[in-house]
Design a binder for this molecule. Structure first.
Ligand code: GDP
Ligand code: MN
Length: 428
């Protein structure tokens, strides 16, 4: 889980590092203009969970409130690396007569050793420094997973940095202190990355002008204190910005991931398959199997649309919402579903599904064919309900094809469902 810059700075400050004085986090240019005095130089920084904001125009300086308001309006509403900028951190601009450097603590993916990385080439992308000027980087592995940075290691790292900085040896003690504290943050907060870039050298000493923290999700269970400190109430899943479908699923209480970009342009020569698959494992199997069947028998013209975990005993309303979500998405041509009833009841499942189809028909909303299978818990009553429903409202459920019980394996159901969809489209 990645933290926003202001959150990372809150942690760094709490652990004794100096950060620029913050004016606050803002969502509107007018508020920035009103909050900043006429002669206060400030930095405006896009709060997005991605690096390289400087190069992308997401970090700008302003000389006072009026200019800051105008700059804020330019940055807000833009996109940086796919992220919408809807909040800005505004803080005092720091003068750096003593230069800048890079300080980072991370974990070596090869051997899991904690690795401290420093470079007097601060402010720039450290990967770029590693490529273009590897001599200006020092890496130190700490094989023992020590709780704190040893004085000897801090001294070696600080001496290397000081040799490349304007302030020279006079900075060593301050650098040692910064290094020890960043290392301590890394350990105390179960980080994968704790990084300052740039660390700016002001007349009063080093200041963390930027802060990056990536938490190890496996350690989140013991970071309740940090969640309270930052006012966070839930774990942030930040692989990318959630899509509309993902937000809708989260609100309804089931796990869902779109496999296609939200602005995906539909290829009219392909069949797009939405999945209501059962548990998470079945969700992954279904994606795999739809793609696999598509490759082997349908010339690669079949596209799975989503991952969903529809297991864990959803209510009738939640089941209906799972199908509603996919049918509301115009990209979906066909829904394939599987109820492997364990914790979940086939009865609840079929009532949710039939209810969804009837309601959509009644309201004239979009309906796509649903094919699938149900086996397991509550199957007898589910079968009765489905048979009765089909007798009572055959035309409303004309596009519902559920295999009841173990007559067919799911792979066959998937293949036959895709075949019938191809036939309906008149495709070979
Ligand atoms: P990043 O590009 O996402 O890593 O964002 P940064 O916070 O590192 O900002 C980009 C660049 O802006 C930094 O590398 C600095 O050169 C500059 N910068 C940021 N804050 C300050 C500041 O307070 N004073 C000065 N002089 N420069 C700053
Ligand atoms: Mn930076």
């Amino acid at each position: 889980m990645r933290l926003y810059e202001n959150e990372a700075k809150t942690i760094f400050e709490r652990e004794g590092l100096v950060v620029p004085r913050a004016h606050g986090v803002f969502e509107r240019g007018e508020d920035v203009a009103a909050a900043i005095g006429p002669d206060s130089p400030v930095m405006l920084k896009a709060l997005v969970l991605i690096g390289g904001r400087g190069k992308a125009g997401g970090v700008r300086k302003a000389r006072g409130g009026t200019e800051a308001g105008a700059v804020a309006k330019e940055i807000l509403g833009r996109r940086i690396g796919g992220y919408l900028v809807d909040r800005l951190l505004v803080e005092e601009a720091v003068d750096a007569p003593g230069g800048a450097c890079y300080v980072g603590v991370t974990m070596s993916p090869a051997d899991f050793n904690i690795t401290v990385i420093v470079s007097p080439a601060g402010g720039v992308d450290i990967e770029q420094v590693a490529r273009e000027a590897p001599d200006t980087i020092m890496r130190l592995e700490i094989p023992g997973n020590d709780a704190s940075l040893s004085d000897a290691d801090a001294s070696r790292l600080a001496a290397f940095l000081a040799a490349g900085l304007a302030g020279g040896a006079a900075q060593i003690d301050a650098l040692k202190s910064v290094l020890a504290r960043v290392y301590a943050v890394f350990q105390k907060y179960d980080c994968k990355i704790a990084e300052i870039n740039p660390l700016l050298f002001t007349a009063a000493g080093p200041v963390a002008a930027d802060a990056k923290i990536v938490l190890d999700d496996n350690g989140l269970y013991r970071q309740g204190g940090m969640f309270r400190l930052l006012g966070l109430t839930e774990v942030r899943h930040d692989v990318s910005e959630p899509t509309r479908n993902e937000i809708r699923a989260r609100e309804a209480g089931f796990r869902y991931v779109d496999l296609l970009a939200e602005d995906h342009v539909k290829d009219p020569g392909r069949l797009y398959v939405g999945l209501v698959p059962g548990g998470a494992g079945y969700g992954i199997f279904s994606i795999d199997e739809v793609a696999n069947v598509g490759e082997r028998f349908f010339g690669g013209r079949v596209v799975p649309v989503n991952f969903m975990d529809s297991g864990g005993g959803p209510t009738v309303g939640m089941v209906a919402e799972m199908f509603d979500l996919l049918m509301d998405d115009n990209v979906v041509d066909l829904v394939i579903t599987s109820r492997f009833g364990g914790i979940s009841s086939c009865d609840v499942f079929i009532r949710g599904l039939v209810g969804c189809l009837r309601e959509r028909r009644a309201e004239g909303r979009r309906v796509v064919p649903v094919i699938g299978r149900m086996v397991g818990t509550d199957l007898p009553s589910a079968r009765d309900f489905l048979e009765r429903a089909k007798r009572e409202t055959p035309e409303e459920l004309a596009e519902l094809h559920i295999t009841v019980g173990n007559r067919k394996i799911m792979a066959e159901v998937i293949r036959e469902g895709i075949r019938s969809a191809f036939d309906r489209k008149g495709w070979a």
